[in-house]
Design a protein around this ligand. Structure first.
Ligand SMILES: CC(C)(COP(=O)(O)OP(=O)(O)OC[C@H]1O[C@@H](n2cnc3c(N)ncnc32)[C@H](O)[C@@H]1OP(=O)(O)O)[C@@H](O)C(=O)NCCC(=O)NCCS
Length: 242
């Protein structure tokens, strides 16, 4: 039986459901490094802020969530990692955590939650959405790229675990990029780093997701990551200058 999904903002009454879902998700992680677990207080605080926590229910059961947060000028502000101008840092919102119950994956729920929360971020007047994703988490990375965020930096974060820093400037919607960000399977690519131009003459570099050094080099030269694709020799990311 397929239950209808309902997306809604959560309040303090959902704390126990969120903690239970987090523990189910954490027990099913392929590698602990991809998902930082949060304490009760973190959820309590998030639930206090209007529209910060979005949930999806199937029947009465919570099966997915997304959390946003406003970092202010704290060191946590991811705008600092991507060198946003100082006066833009107050306009940064974080897409901070998202998870889907293992039994309900493959329904595009992370994308739906992310689009909904991007809309909230825009409505409450913030112009920059940022998040972090592990290079070992291609599903989540692909979903954020699909939603129009781009990889703008790569660095070790908490516990020394590598994280892509993704960013989307809300007011600068680019439909072309959205189209490009969808998964496209390609084969016959032998080199780790391929360069070619797309139909608009934009230089695109393709690089293995595991090639941290190569990506740091591209990022330091002003490239941004915008697409993930599957190849016979593994997952690759496409980078271009925008
Ligand atoms: C990342 C996550 C939220 C995505 O869930 P989702 O929205 O249901 O995923 P999607 O609907 O986009 O699924 C995309 C594809 O990946 C597959 N998939 C989703 N999660 C998967 C997983 N953990 N492992 C393997 N495949 C997975 C789906 O079956 C689907 O395949 P299809 O396109 O062939 O149908 C979910 O995997 C999750 O909760 N992971 C653990 C927590 C986490 O990593 N959070 C994000 C931290 S940045």
């Amino acid at each position: 039986m397929t239950l209808p999904f309902e997306m809604k903002f959560l309040d303090a009454s959902s704390l126990a459901d969120l903690l239970e879902l987090q523990s189910i998700v954490s027990a099913n992680l392929p590698c602990p490094e991809i998902f930082i677990l949060h304490e009760d207080e973190y959820f309590q605080e998030a639930l206090r802020v209007d529209r910060s926590v979005l949930g999806v229910t199937a029947g009465e059961k919570l099966i997915a969530f997304s959390i946003i947060a406003i970092p202010g000028l704290s060191d946590e502000n991811l705008g600092k990692d991507i060198n946003l101008p100082k006066d833009e840092l107050v306009n940064v919102a974080h897409l901070q955590a998202a998870a889907v119950h293992p039994g309900y994956r493959g329904n595009g729920l992370q994308r739906k939650l992310t689009f909904a929360h991007l809309h909230v971020i825009s409505e409450i007047g913030y112009n920059h959405a940022c998040c972090t994703v592990s290079p070992k988490n291609p599903v989540s990375l692909g979903n954020y790229l699909y939603c129009g965020l781009k990889i703008e930096w790569l660095c070790p974060k908490r516990n020394g675990w590598w994280r892509f820093i993704l960013h989307k400037e809300i007011l600068k919607e680019n439909p072309l990029l959205r189209e490009k960000s969808t998964d496209r399977r390609q084969s016959g690519m032998e080199d780790n780093l391929m360069a070619h131009r797309d139909e608009n003459g934009i230089e695109i570099r393709e690089i293995a997701i595991s090639d941290i050094e190569g990506q740091l080099d591209l990022l330091s030269k002003g490239f941004k990551g915008f697409r993930i694709s599957s190849h016979s020799d593994g997952l690759k990311l496409s980078y271009a200058r925008f």
